[in-house]
Design a binder for this molecule. Structure first.
Ligand SMILES: [Zn+2]
Length: 390
């Protein structure tokens, strides 16, 4: 068994001579006839057990975003003949898209076929490189090997794939800094970033932050750089900012989108003593369900209570308050929504049904109002929505 990793095969060359069989619903050939996309044995054994069935559109979207679409395996029959072992679905998606068999949605939600795309976008797809393992061996060797890597093997994750695709001085330096579990900074980073060094999670986060989510593009652009200064400086900038704004380390900080929060809030000034007190107050508040949301809530000026998922009134409280309000309203011939009752339109004597009303904090939670029956009133959905700041 021999395997060679190929990193320079483009979508254009894979789809050269692509033939799609409408009748059988499958792609047949590629690489100018050299590649058989669906060999006979795949159907009954390999194909069924492996390809997860990624949707066609997702394949194209990934390519356009510069994301890897995963490893593809070819079986080398001879110097002139290859068969797809794994990746049939992805290759067929690419071929079908280039043949205008389906459309994707563009930024404005408009359907877009390949032939109608701007030239630069077309080229981005055509020139995208795939990561291909060419294996050479007998059919039974290959089947056996394939079974082993897919059952016992840990598949490469996204960042590991990207490291392979964009291998070069930049990745080497990046891994020395971010993927070295001996790096003394790992412990500090782990307070804010989840994952492990050896599975590339810190490198991935650093790239994600500096590239604003366009990791593939960034790696491609910097592939031959001899330093990683920008990457390091940005990452450390984010970490230093978080640790100076929030002086206590809480476990819920781990894995938050600090890169995005840094971009949004690092120009605002914060008093870390006050911030610390506010974090402690919210952590002690039994009504706060999402502690993960505490940090963004505070950064944003303690306004967006949705981030905290404040506890809501339970059904028993809602029902009893509804019954009480409705009984009183009926005796006075006014609406059971106190806000409607104060109005002058047709709703002022309307009796709403329970499912037409929502529970509201009389005194807002953010102003100290508790989630108890004494602080609950039922409002019609319109008035409840209008009240805001809950
Ligand atoms: Zn109302």
């Amino acid at each position: 068994m021999k395997t060679i990793l190929k990193t320079e095969v483009t979508v254009r060359s894979i789809c050269d001579g692509f033939v799609y069989n409408e009748l059988e619903g499958k792609g047949l050939f590629g690489l100018a006839g050299k590649l058989t996309i669906q060999p006979e044995y795949q159907r009954n054994y390999i194909y069924a057990s492996i390809d997860g069935g990624k949707k066609e559109v997702a394949v194209i979207d990934s390519i356009l975003k510069g994301y890897p679409i995963g490893l593809i395996y070819f079986n080398k029959i001879n110097s002139d003949k290859l068969e797809v072992l794994d990746g049939q679905q992805r290759i067929t998606s690419l071929g079908r898209f280039l043949a205008d068999k389906f459309a994707i949605k563009d930024e404005n939600g408009m359907e877009q076929y390949f032939s109608g795309m701007a030239k630069d976008k077309q080229n981005k797809i055509l020139e995208a490189k795939l990561l291909i393992y060419e294996c050479e061996g007998t059919e039974s060797e290959i089947k056996e090997w394939f079974k082993t890597i897919n059952i016992a093997g840990v598949p490469l994750n996204n960042q590991e794939l990207l490291n392979a695709v964009y291998s070069g001085p930049f990745v080497t330096l990046g891994k020395e800094e971010f993927s070295n579990s001996q790096n003394a900074n790992i412990q500090k980073w782990s307070a804010y970033v989840s994952g492990t060094a050896n599975r590339q999670d810190f490198l991935e986060r650093a790239l994600d932050w500096v590239s604003k989510g366009n990791i593939g593009d960034y790696m491609s652009k910097h592939r031959y750089d001899k330093d990683i200064n920008e990457l390091k400086t940005y990452f450390n900038g984010v970490i230093d900012w978080v640790s100076s704004v929030f002086t206590d380390i809480e476990s819920e900080m781990r894995g938050l989108e600090w890169g995005r929060l840094y971009e949004e809030y690092h120009k605002k000034s914060y008093d870390s003593t006050k911030i610390s007190a506010e974090v402690q107050k919210l952590y002690a508040d039994p009504y706060v369900k999402s502690r993960k949301g505490v940090f963004e809530y505070i950064l944003g000026g303690s306004i967006d209570t949705k981030l905290l998922e404040v506890r809501v009134f339970d059904e028993a409280i809602k029902k009893s308050i509804y019954a009480k309000q409705t009984k009183e309203a009926e005796s006075k011939s006014i609406s059971n929504c106190p806000h409607c009752a104060m109005g002058h339109d047709a709703n002022k004597s309307k009796i709403w049904k329970l499912d037409e009303m929502d529970a509201d904090h009389v005194m807002a939670w953010s102003k100290g109002g508790e989630t108890k029956a004494e602080n609950c009133q039922m409002l019609c959905k319109t008035h409840n929505r209008a009240k805001g700041n809950r």
